[in-house]
Each structure stands twice: as structure tokens, then as C-alpha cells.
Design a protein around this ligand. Sequence first.
Ligand code: OSB
Ligand code: MG
Length: 369
Amino acid sequence: MKIEQLTIRELRLDLKYPFETSFARVTAQQFLLLEARVDGVSGHSECVADSEPGYSYETVRTADHVIRDFLWPLAAASDYAHPDEVAPSFARVRGHNMAKAAIEMAVWDAFARLKGKPLAGVLGGTRSRTVSGVSIGIQDTVEQLIEKIGLELSRGYRRIKIKIKPGWDLEVVKRVRERYPDIPLMVDANSAYTLEDEPLFRDLDRFGLMMIEQPLAHDDIRDHAILQRKISTPICLDESVHSVADARLAIEMGACRIINIKAGRVGGLSSARDIAALAESHGMPVWCGGMLESGVGRAHNIHLSSLSGFSMPGDVAASERYFTEEIIEPPVTVDPDGSLPIPEGEGIGFALREDVIRRHTLCETTLSH
Ligand code: OSB
Ligand code: MG
């Protein structure tokens, strides 16, 4: 497989509601949409780098730069027999996993289309459906949060994740638990705490949370291992895991009992699949995280969730939760029981709405040989 041409479009889509985490409050998503022409077929992907380096050091600008100036020349010089060869072809570029993943995932989509199969099928997925949870940002008041949770539960979502930060944590969890004593509930701190906050995490143990996602530093494994030994709630790592090697270290050190897998963060679908398999071999559950993706990224996440290791509800919610306009057809929807089918069409299994994409495109570049 040769990538004959790579089109990079930068889009901006307004969010229906602002989304607030411990590191940022966003009202719109600016992101790169990639289209790779591979042996005459188009594969699509979405780069999950944000406008600001709050979740990761990568941004829309760095991803654009690294793709154009470093990854594209390497990809253009390659002839891949399988998408698993894409990430190794980028080995001389350190880091920049979101930029790498964007090209790799477009090649995966094209590869599946060339085989006439759904992406899940060529990835080795065995599930025909996946179960969705939701991630709810920090709200102005606890009352608002409780109301939002009620709304999401009524839509069928099977796990509620609330974002926490210092000053929006214990009391919030306590009040949510008073209102909803039995729901599958978890929190995500996005690295807002340190080991000094151990008493807070001990207190959180009382609330039967499914897990605490990324409580400590974004680049830490050691402190998470220390914290995990002191609390009974499972720690789930997100930001700290960028590779199979990171996952192995985290598992061996006991730094987590669950891993949130995002293909963009780990350099692509091949790496995501391998991390899921490693975790599964250790009896550790994983789930598919989200990055407020548009429909294209969402579609990839659904296919990734078809792998057997993905045994917990993911952040793969319906498109309509996020954006007023959808760039794929049909939109991603969740059934009343909170589950959704893995699409059976070729590749990502959704069509791109070119008119909508054009209307939201800020700039477009096509790279060719
Ligand atoms: O930490 O999982 C995260 C969104 C942007 C950046 C990081 C995270 C998130 C979410 C939302 O939690 C997941 C989603 O609904 O897409
Ligand atoms: Mg997270």
C-alpha cells in the first residue's frame, strides 16, 4: 500500500455546551481531519490534538507541522503491506503520537476498505456491540451536575464519569452519591493532584466509585503505584500511558487496575490493540476513552471498542451530545439501553458529509509525491 496523497483539513466545530476539565474550558473543537489516498481508496481519520497543550504537549499546530514536515516524507517513501507497519516507519520521530496516529488510522480505514471489511474486522474485534458511558465536565453548581447526570441516565448511558479538580471533588461526589446511590460512577482528575492529597483519595474510597482516572501527574507512574497501594478504589491511567512499554511498566508496578485507551495518545490503532491485549493477558480491563471527537474520531473509537479486552463502558457517546452539526452519515447514536452496534460497512462504516465539512474547514492542504 502506497499513500499517494494526503489531504489535511483544519476544521472548527462549535460545542453544544462548554466542556470544563481541571486543565481547560473549551467551547469549540479545532482539529485536523486527514484523508489518505491509498491504492486508489480514501481512508479518513481525525487528529485528537487540541488547540492548547493542556491534555498533552501536542497541539493542532504541532501536529500539522510534524505531519507535513516529518511524517509525510516518511510515509510517502514507504510501501506498507499492513497498517501495523505505519508506526514503525515513524520510529525516527520521537513522541508526537497524536500526529502519528492520525496518519496510521487513515491507513487502517483505507486498508479495511481495500479488503471490503469493517475496520473492527481487520483489527481483530470480536464484539458486535459496545456499551457507552459519558464524561460530564465541571459545572457551575452541584445542582446542575445532578440534573445533567439525570438526563444522561435517562438517555441510557451506563456509566457516569464526572470531572474533578481541587475544590470540586469530595463534596460533589458525596452529593451525587446521595442522589444516585447505586449508579456506576467514576471520577477523572486529569492530573490535578499530588501524593499530598492522599487523604482526599482515602475519603473517596467510601463512595464505591468504579475507578479514579489519572489522579496524579500526567507523566507519572511511580506515585500512582504508591497511591494505588493505599486506596481500595481502582486507579485508571489515561495521560500516563503512551505505549505498550508504559502499560507494561504501569501493570508491573501496580500503578493502575484499569487503563483508558485512546488510539491518538498511544500512536495509533496497532498500539491501542497491543495495549489492550497486554492488559487482557494480565486480567486487567480496559475501555475506550474519548477526546471530544467529531464523528470520524468517534467512528474509529467504536471499532476499537470491538476488541475483546474492552470490557468496560467507554466514552464513545452519541455525536449529538457534543456538536450541533455532524460531519458523518448516519450520526453516531446510542440505543436506549446505552449500547451501540459496531458498524458493519467497509472501513469506519460511515460516509463523510462533504458539504458540512467544507463549511467548517478553515484551511486545507494536499500533500503528494
Ligand atoms: O481525560 O478523558 C479525558 C476530553 C478531552 C480531553 C481529555 C478527556 C476528555 C473527556 C471527554 O473526558 C471524553 C469524551 O466524551 O470524548
Ligand atoms: Mg481522562
